[in-house]
Each structure stands twice: as C-alpha cells, then as structure tokens.
Design a protein around this ligand. Structure first.
Ligand SMILES: C[S@@+](CC[C@H](N)C(=O)[O-])C[C@H]1O[C@@H](n2cnc3c(N)ncnc32)[C@H](O)[C@@H]1O
Length: 307
C-alpha cells in the first residue's frame, strides 16, 4: 500500500507526466527534454531525478550524454505494474495540450542533423555567423545615422557602427545599456551613443525628429504594450526615404516567455506586421518569413520598409 501511495505521489505532477509521455515516444536526454518542455533545465533535472528514484525511468549512457528511457514493465514491482498499465494507456491518449509532440519532432530533427558522420557543424558557419555578418556589412553603403530601438546589449548597434557615422542605441533597461556600453568600449568603437529611455514616450527630442537613415527594431515590438508605438517612433525618427529593418517572432504558443522573458506579445503574423507598418506610414519592400531553423521553437519574420 505504501509503495502504491509513493508511486501515485510521483505521477501526480503535470511536468512528470509530460516527461513520461515524451519518453513513451523515445529515450531523451535532459537537454532535449528541456528544449521540448520549455522549462528551466534545473527543474527538468529535478523531475527526472524523482522519476528515476521511483523506478519509473532508467538511464543509459551514450558517450558523454545520459539518455532516459521508460522502465520496462518487467523492471517494475508487481504492485507498480497495475498502475503503470493504466498510466501508459492514459498518457498515450491524453491531449497534447502543450504541443510537446510537435516540439519533440523538431528536437529530433535537430538531433538527426547533428548525427555523427554528417558533421553539419563543419558545413555551416555556426558560431562564425557573427564574423560572416560583419564581413557582409562591408558591402553595405555607409550611412550618416542609425538608431537601434530596444538595442539590448548593443551587439547590433556595434555592427551598425561600422557602416554609420553615428549610431544611437536606445533601451529602457539600465542593465542592458551598461552591458552595451562595456561592449562598444571593449571593441573600441567611439561613434555609438546609448540612451536610456522608454520609447513609448517618444524620442524626437533626444534623438532628433527625421534625423536617421536607418531604424532597427530587432525583437523589440513584442516587448511593447502597444507595438504600433514602436513603429510610429521609428517612422518619426527617419529622414524621408529612410529605412526600417524589423525582426520579429511569428505567433507562437510559448506562453512562458511572458513571465520568464517579459514578452508582452506571443509574436505577430505577417498580416499584422504589414498592417501596422503601413499604418505608421511605411512602404514595405520585403516581409519574409524564415523557415524553422534546426530545433528552434520560435520562427522569425524579417521586414525591410521605407518611409
Ligand atoms: C529581446 S531584446 C532585443 C535586443 C536587441 N534588439 C537584439 O535583437 O538582440 C528587447 C529589448 O527591448 C527593450 N525594451 C523593452 N521595452 C522598451 C521600451 N519601452 N523602450 C525601450 N526599450 C525597450 C528591452 O529592455 C530589451 O533590451
């Protein structure tokens, strides 16, 4: 009876049930489980530990990685088997409320592309994307002034500074800006200025109305209570003929980003962005939805527009 009570306590948890459901499909390691569940890795490890101690899952080492699989029925005690049969039957039919199985397919596709023998990491730029992007910037005609709205830690402002006489990076976060200032100092750029401001309050006074050739809104709109404001601010800062580069996330089901990352919107559709850009006075040059990249949970949309 005591064993039954302990087993029932182990499975009386939604995350642990989600893990069991996923392991019903295939053995997975903690990194993969974390990728699918969208929870902190430490939390996932803890739940995996609980399931392991209860004997419901077993570990298997493959090189440096530890994979977890469901225990076989024969590995369970007589008492546990009754519960196990019921559990397996139920969870195999339960509604995939968190879209775990969709993300599992993406994670498994990512695993496939990293399979030994393919050496995909040697065939694509990987970490050297950054260097590659910098090289491509050499082809961009130089500009007078650019503004990076919601510049975060300033990586993009710094790249823009290589082709602009002056860059203004704006962010509401003092923490992000101190990282941004340290970054440009480290790389020796003197033509980037950072400004702490809430763009919802307008930036014409601090940055200068119609003074910029380029405005960047990279993953910023989803942080604004009214995303339309971000586009209006950009349009008000651009010179006539100035351009906007926009990068956003497509609509997604990852509600945890609201609490954990402070997102206020779970992405935007191409139609929504198109409507908002036009309303802010932009003429759209391109609006391109990127295909899923490896096992990424988020899909990106890129826009280029002129005012
Ligand atoms: C996801 S980060 C994007 C950083 C950078 N643009 C990039 O693509 O790497 C969004 C940034 O927008 C900033 N932000 C959010 N609301 C803002 C506001 N009202 N005014 C200015 N910046 C804001 C956040 O502090 C954060 O640094």
């Amino acid at each position: 009876m005591r064993e039954m009570a302990s087993l029932l306590r182990t499975v009386a948890d939604e995350t642990r049930l989600r893990i069991l459901r996923l392991l019903l499909e295939t053995p997975l390691n903690v990194t993969e489980l974390t990728g699918v569940l969208g929870l902190a890795q430490s939390g996932v490890s803890k739940q995996v530990g609980t399931l392991k101690r209860a004997g419901l899952i077993k570990e298997r080492r493959e090189g440096l990685k530890i994979f977890y699989r469901l225990s076989q029925r024969s590995e369970l005690t007589e008492e546990a088997r009754t519960l196990w049969d019921l559990l397996m039957e139920r969870i195999s039919r339960v509604e995939d409320a968190h879209h775990d199985l969709v993300r599992l397919a993406e994670v498994l596709a990512g695993r496939q592309s990293q399979a030994p023998g393919l050496h995909e990491h040697l065939l694509a730029p990987g970490e050297s994307w950054h260097a590659w992007a910098r090289m491509m910037m050499a082809l961009v005609p130089s500009m007078e002034r650019a503004v990076d709205l919601g510049c975060g830690s300033g990586a993009l402002s710094a790249e823009l500074a290589r082709v602009c006489k002056e860059v203004v990076g704006v962010d509401i976060s003092a923490t992000a800006l101190s990282a941004a200032r340290a970054h440009v100092e480290r790389v020796g750029l003197t033509n980037v200025r950072f400004l702490q401001a809430d763009m919802a309050e307008g930036l014409s006074r601090e940055v200068g109305a119609h003074s910029c050739d380029l405005a960047l809104l990279s993953q910023t709109l989803h942080h604004l209570p009214d995303p339309m404001v971000g586009l209006e601010v950009a349009s008000g800062l651009l010179k006539p003929g100035g351009r906007l580069i926009l990068m956003e996330l497509l609509p997604h089901g990852e509600a945890w980003v609201k609490e954990k990352l402070g997102h206020l919107h779970q992405g935007f559709s191409a139609t929504e962005l198109e409507g908002m850009m036009q309303k802010a006075g932009f003429e759209i040059c391109t609006l391109e939805t990127l295909p899923p990249y490896r096992g990424e949970r988020f899909r990106t949309i890129l826009g280029l527009a002129v005012i």
